[in-house]
Design a protein around this ligand. Structure first.
Ligand code: AMP
Ligand code: ZN
Length: 487
């Protein structure tokens, strides 16, 4: 096995990956909070970790990959203020919180499948691990690093920081953090302004609550990941991941909890994906600039010129390294779509090549470059550049401008199979998806005609179009910014 180098956020260095207990690898990734549809930014993070999981498996590790579902405890702010996101939505829609959880978990799985990501080995939920979270909280209180006030338990950050480096993951100075954190006003009964909740007392109207030795309440957001990772991967495991936006609070607090609980840093390598941005701004549900995968696939979004298939979108994401920001644009997506088609066409051409007796290409060296790229912190853009080299060679061989032996052709087939399909999880588009894309374009065109009819005050025609679309199963919604539709 060739050495694999990873960029470890904790040490801020690229390091050779050494599994704790080879060939086994434990990998934990913070999963979605299931209170709304996942947006494309969330997908970028999960796709990046899927590729790491696939590559580690490809090079021979036996990976236990956990990705949790946050179905309780994530409040509206990353601090301990605001309502639980799921409870809030359930109240608004007059549903059971678990109906919200079920709806968005199912949707999340569908989206992950469309992007052809592999399911994790274990997908634990916060609500399924209340007892474990309470046990860890109790243990941290026993160690003197958490305290209870009026039914809420807080982690004592400043006390912890006396003997430990609380800000190890970000490298920030504790004093600066303290200065920049707002006053305790409105922050409950915390003693220190950096303290965070491990267990939160539930108000009578709170929907998801459990009994505990501190009264009725619910777990804080960070404690779920400490509880579920230690339960299934042990007190120390190999890789912990998530988006960069989780580094400063969620992961910093998770490390503190684990060290307070068992004296150990939970994992050896912390990996963080960078953000998908729109015009330079992080794509986020709260900023209202998010794209839903469905909108991208159909083209039904005001910033999109047309729809793109899941594989073209995934290919677009993989052309940027996971630690760099990736800005969303129509032009980049169009270029990726073309590039992806070119690679797939070259794969079809590869099946038809006839072998020569001699070779004029070094395919073994090309294969080695593919491994080098992935061993260099999962560098998918360099890997894709190698695959374009392969495509160029295939097209030249097809035009009889270069020679390939049968061994070369078989090796090229291996390269495509291993890297394009197994490691990056890309696959040829299905006819079904192409049909959906065409359908999306047709609906957009019909709505365009309807807009014109409305502008000409031809309301009979516009109503007729809308009714016919409804009959055909296309629901049209008129809004201030024009009409939107869904099937
Ligand atoms: P959430 O459901 O908001 O807790 O996010 C789920 C995962 O998506 C976390 O690992 C986040 O760090 C990640 N994430 C959120 N927004 C983005 C974004 N714009 N780009 C990449 N990853 C993101
Ligand atoms: Zn987490």
């Amino acid at each position: 096995m060739q050495p694999l180098f990873l960029y470890n956020t904790l040490t801020r260095k690229k390091e050779e990956f050494k599994a704790l207990n080879p060939p086994f690898v434990g990998m934990y990734v913070c999963g979605p909070t299931v209170y709304s549809d996942v947006h494309l930014g969330n997908c970028r993070t999960f796709i990046s970790f899927d590729i790491m999981y696939r590559y580690l498996t490809h090079i021979g590790y036996k990976v236990r990959y956990l990705r949790n579902i946050t179905d309780a405890g994530h409040l509206e702010s990353d601090g301990d203020v605001g309502e639980d996101k799921i409870s809030k939505k359930a109240k608004l829609q007059q549903l059971e919180p678990m109906e919200i959880v079920q709806t968005y978990t199912v949707d999340f799985h569908k989206v992950m499948e469309l992007f052809n990501t592999l399911p994790p080995n274990i997908e634990p939920t916060a609500t399924g691990h209340i007892i474990e979270q309470q046990q860890i909280t109790e243990e941290i209180i026993k160690k003197g690093l958490a305290y209870e006030v009026n039914g809420t338990v807080y982690f004592d950050v400043e006390k912890f920081a006396k003997d430990n480096n609380y800000t190890a993951l970000t490298g920030r100075k504790l004093e600066e953090l303290l200065e920049n954190t707002r006053d305790l006003e409105g922050q409950g009964d915390k003693r220190g302004r950096l303290d965070f909740a491990l267990w939160i007392k539930a108000k009578p109207e709170h929907l998801m609550k459990w009994g505990s030795q501190w009264g009725t309440g619910f777990p804080g957001w960070h404690i779920e990941c400490s509880a579920m990772s230690t339960k299934y991967l042990g007190e120390q495991f190999d890789i912990h991941g998530g988006g960069m936006d989780l580094q400063a609070t969620h992961h910093t607090n998770e490390i503190a909890q684990n060290i307070a609980y068992c004296g150990k840093q939970p994992c050896n390598y912390w990996l963080h994906t960078n953000m998908l941005t729109v015009s330079g701004q992080k794509m986020s549900k709260s900023l209202g600039n998010s794209f839903l995968p469905r909108e991208l696939f159909t083209g039904n979004h005001k910033l999109l010129d047309k729809g793109y298939s899941p594989m073209a979108v995934k290919f677009f994401m993989l052309q940027t390294h996971y630690r760099s920001t990736l800005d969303f644009s129509n032009e980049a997506l169009q270029a990726s779509e073309k590039g992806f088609d070119r690679l797939m066409e070259s794969y079809s051409t590869l099946q038809t090549l006839t072998a020569s007796a001699t070779s004029s290409e070094d395919i073994k060296a090309l294969q080695a470059k593919c491994y080098e790229a992935m061993n260099d912190d999962f560098n998918t853009p360099v890997l894709i550049a190698c695959l374009f080299d392969a495509a160029r060679i295939i097209n030249s061989a097809n035009d009889k401008k270069t020679n390939l032996t049968q061994i070369d052709i078989d090796l090229l087939k291996d390269i495509y199979r291993h890297f394009l399909f197994d490691v990056m999880g890309l696959k040829p588009e299905s006819e079904n998806l192409k049909t959906k894309q065409v359908l999306g374009k047709v609906v957009e065109m019909v709505l365009h005609i309807r807009d014109k009819a409305k502008a000409d005050k031809n309301f009979n025609l516009s109503d007729d179009i809308r009714n016919k679309l409804t009959e055909a199963g296309v629901q049209v919604k008129d809004g201030k910014e024009g009409s939107s539709w869904k099937i």
